[in-house]
Write a protein that binds this ligand. Structure first.
Ligand SMILES: [Zn+2]
Length: 720
């Protein structure tokens, strides 16, 4: 019996010993936080990890960190078996002297066990459990591996867990680059992670324990100021990091994003003069739908004006920026850039009985018959409303919703005709995605923010014919067509074709410029999140200059945006009626006409004057500078003149542009081909209604145009 119980006791002890040594170890968490990078792998942001703290797993403990950690926490680390009886005895004696069981005696291995058990319990049972797990860790892992677990798992203050992030945050270096003095400071932190002062004091003790050199003891710690530029904070929030993998490759182009932020900073004073505190900019790659730049306010950390609000996704009134979509609907239904629209006083019925809607142009003027090209390019309100009344608001709303304006979810009656003037609220991201439909030749693709793990770009959906997209693009990139309203040489003009539209909401609260080249679509919003009005801001003075600079940075200069589709042809039209010119039409222009359109000759012009259609008669009587009903006919020839460059103009050579784009277009209105001379040297011959390009050269120049009838005109220009 006695022998049996001894054997039994031995079995129990052996079993218990086996359980202690071979029992389970809690899983070792790899605290790696998701890292968000741009399309080229540039780090945008390293957000909080799954435990709510920043972390980055370090596989190998650098020598300085190892020495400092052992000196700070566990001097007999290399020799003990996971628990250190000497340390426990010493701590106990110390605690007894202080009359309290405070802390201490824990080896590095026990502290790893404590982190793995994630227990805040400081009781004896918890301590025993930690000791058992420590013994198991020692049996299963090398000392080096256990030390690595320690430096990766313990807190270093400031919500930082692990030496990988701690060394970056405190000193701006990788762990292997830490000096002895820096490593000693970090090793001193985990004991009381919240106390910087305690760590500063304890660092001296750790250095002494390390037997550090005099040089290391003299080193003054220089802490990283943490002034690293935050790139694309709004975009990162848009991408979101909730249940995402540890490495997220986004569509953003960090270089372009930084450039955009620099451009906004450069325009800051000008914006403040306009009473604008916030700017949103978004740049989309047309081919892929990738967001390349995304800035929501221009000042994420600015607290006075809602800098953390993302203006790219904020709902705002777009003003005229929606007008091209009304014209697109009309072009799909047989209208063309040559169609004449009435810019005359008019009222339109609304959904409410007896209530009429009377749109006005910004300058209060009426311009009579306007070709759709001029009406859209000059952004006149009255013809746009008249056009929408003809094509009906439901079809416009259908196009807008298909193009991504998901917030326009009410019935057409709710919005009325004002939707074409931008009364309903939209988001900048939607505006940019919708404009890219034109750039793509009529198809919509869903924009995307993430590349890694994301499916291929969504299939393109055709919303508009190629011809409609081409017409809209040709009009929005026609700086001559908008000249009567916007002038020339401002921020809407580029040395390569750019289709561009501006918008200003009611009471000047929002100011927009949106546009595109073949490759990119750029949208800019300027305003205040609290809807404070802007001063004297229009599409040109507010968002326009920022749009210009962003486009110059983002675009690849090309000769065209879209190529003309096979179902259009260049044909002469009467400038007034938009119809094919008769021999009586004084001004003839070239327009892209639908090849299948019937040829109708101008019936307005007659040898003795203009026969105004009924709806323009009242306007023509009061308007100045228009031919009246009888006589007053302009001669068909003799209108030869140089239209570009203007006489006396000064041009500046832009040092940031490549040579091929530093050119000046020479244009003339002429009935024949034109021969161009610059300073007596023949440059070449331009066919009728075409232009020549002359590379800008510094100095004063005389430019002379000669037509086939021998008529000649010269202008002088200056190039600096
Ligand atoms: Zn005519």
């Amino acid at each position: 019996m006695k022998r049996l119980s001894v054997v039994g006791g031995l079995v129990v002890v052996a079993g218990l010993g086996g359980w202690v040594l071979f029992g389970p170890i809690p899983p070792i968490p790899r605290v790696t936080s998701p890292t968000i990078v741009d399309r080229n792998g540039v780090v945008l942001y390293e957000p909080l990890g799954s435990r709510g703290e920043r972390g980055a797993w370090v596989a190998d403990v650098p020598p300085n960190v190892a020495r400092a950690t052992v000196a700070a926490e566990d001097r007999r680390f290399e020799s003990h078996i996971g628990v250190d009886p000497i340390a426990i005895a010493r701590a106990a004696a110390h605690d007894v002297r202080r009359g309290a069981l405070v802390e201490g005696g824990s080896t590095i291995t026990q502290q790893v066990a404590k982190q793995l058990l994630e227990s805040d319990n400081r009781g004896a049972i918890a301590k025993l459990h930690e000791a058992i797990v420590a013994l198991r860790l020692e049996r299963r892992y090398t000392k080096r591996a256990i030390l690595a677990m320690y430096v990766n798992l313990v807190p270093y203050g400031n919500q930082i867990r692990g030496i990988g992030r701690a060394s970056r945050v405190y000193f701006g270096v990788a762990p292997q680059e830490l000096t002895v003095a820096q490593a000693a400071f970090l090793a001193a932190l985990p004991q009381r992670p919240g106390s910087f002062a305690h760590a500063m004091k304890r660092q001296r003790y750790v250095l002494a324990q390390m037997h550090a050199s005099a040089e290391a003891k003299k080193e003054r710690l220089r802490f990283d100021k943490g002034e690293r530029t935050v790139i694309a904070q709004h975009f990162i929030e848009h991408v979101g990091t909730g249940s995402t993998p540890s490495y997220i490759r986004t569509t953003l182009d960090a270089k372009l994003q930084r450039t955009v932020q620099g451009i906004i900073a450069a325009h800051r004073d000008d914006l403040l003069r306009h009473g604008a505190h916030s700017v949103a900019v978004a740049v989309l790659n047309n081919a892929t739908g990738d967001w390349l730049a995304w800035e929501g306010s221009g000042d994420y950390f600015g607290t006075n004006f809602g800098g953390a609000i993302d203006g790219v996704t904020a709902l705002r009134q777009p003003g005229s920026a929606l007008k091209p979509f009304t014209y697109a609907v009309a072009f799909e239904r047989g209208f063309s850039p040559a169609t004449i629209l009435p810019d005359v006083p008019a009222s339109f019925p609304t959904a409410e009985d007896g209530v009429v809607y009377t749109p006005r142009n910004y300058d209060g003027a009426y311009r009579g018959p306007l070709r759709a090209r001029a009406a859209l390019a000059g952004s006149e309100n009255v013809p746009a409303v008249a056009l929408l009344a003809k094509v009906a608001p439901p079809s416009l709303l259908r196009l807008l919703r298909n193009a991504g304006f998901s917030d326009l979810d009410k019935a057409a009656d709710y919005y009325g005709l004002g939707v074409t003037l931008g009364d309903a609220e939209v988001r900048l991201e939607q505006l940019v995605a919708a404009y890219s439909v034109f750039a793509r030749g009529g198809t919509y693709i869903e924009p995307r923010s993430v590349l890694s793990g994301a499916p291929a770009p969504s299939p393109a959906r055709r919303l508009l014919s190629q011809r409609t997209a081409f017409w809209i693009t040709d009009i929005l990139s026609d700086s001559a067509a908008r000249e009567f309203i916007f002038g020339r040489g401002g921020s809407l003009d580029f040395p390569f074709p750019v289709a561009v539209k501006t918008g200003t909401s009611q009471a000047y609260r929002d100011n927009w410029t949106v546009g595109y080249t073949r490759d990119v679509t750029v949208g800019v919003w300027v305003g205040n999140f609290d809807r404070t009005e802007l001063h004297h801001s229009s599409g040109i003075t507010g968002a326009g200059p920022i749009f210009h600079d962003v486009m110059m940075a983002a675009a690849i200069p090309r000769d065209t945006i879209l190529d003309p589709p096979p179902n259009v042809e260049r044909a002469p039209i009467c400038a007034l009626s938009g119809l094919r010119p008769s021999t009586s039409c004084p001004n003839v222009e070239q327009e892209w006409i639908a090849t299948e359109a019937p040829v109708t000759f101008c019936s307005w012009h007659h040898p003795d004057g203009v026969a105004w259609p009924a709806e323009y008669r009242a306007w023509a009587k009061t308007a100045t500078n228009v031919p009246q009903e009888s006589g007053n006919r302009q001669p068909a020839t003799g209108n030869f003149r140089v239209t570009n460059p203007p006489d006396g103009a000064t041009y500046l050579i832009d040092p940031t542009l490549r040579k091929p784009y530093q050119t000046l277009r020479l244009r003339a209105v002429s009935d024949t081909r034109v021969t161009w001379h610059v300073d007596q040297h023949k440059l070449g011959v331009a066919e009728r209604d075409t232009f020549l390009e002359w590379p800008l050269a510094p100095g004063s120049h005389t430019i002379t145009a000669t037509d086939n009838l021998g008529q000649q005109q010269s202008v002088r220009i200056f190039v600096k």
